[in-house]
Design a protein around this ligand. Structure first.
Ligand SMILES: [Zn+2]
Length: 134
């Protein structure tokens, strides 16, 4: 089972089969969203009263320490840390734009991209930034 952690407080964001985030939409309304821990699975669960449109940039926050998860690579990409079953660490970047399916699993030297919109952010260089997290 992959574990997901906040890059700031290292708190565990995975509970059962979901990763929990606090999010904020364009209108500065906040809500909770549950995402799948499977890379490339873009199903999500939220309360029906919390709305955002396709293409809207939704800000992701750690539900534990409230830190913004916006990455320093691109404002559209959020960052979480992941550890796989063997304890190997990855930085996982994913798009905060609603409906945009792009995820990057980085282990320092290599980037594994997932999602049909992954081509949008392939220009970034991550090797050095990765090292500070593990
Ligand atoms: Zn945190």
């Amino acid at each position: 089972m992959n574990d997901f952690m906040c890059p700031k407080c290292k708190g565990h964001l995975r509970v059962g089969d979901h990763i929990i985030f606090k999010i904020k939409n364009d209108r500065k309304e906040t809500g909770l969203i549950l995402l799948s821990p499977q890379i490339g699975n873009y199903s999500s669960i939220k309360h029906p009263s919390f709305e955002f449109g396709q293409g809207e940039l939704v800000d992701f926050y750690c539900p534990l320490c409230s830190a913004s998860l916006k990455s320093d690579i691109h404002k559209n990409l959020a960052l979480v840390l992941m550890k796989d079953q063997e304890g190997k660490g990855f930085a996982v970047y994913f798009s905060q734009v609603a409906g945009e399916h792009s995820t990057y699993e980085v282990d320092g030297d290599s980037v594994r991209a997932a999602g049909e919109d992954a081509g949008l952010y392939t220009y970034f260089k991550i090797g050095e930034k990765f090292k500070k997290y593990f």
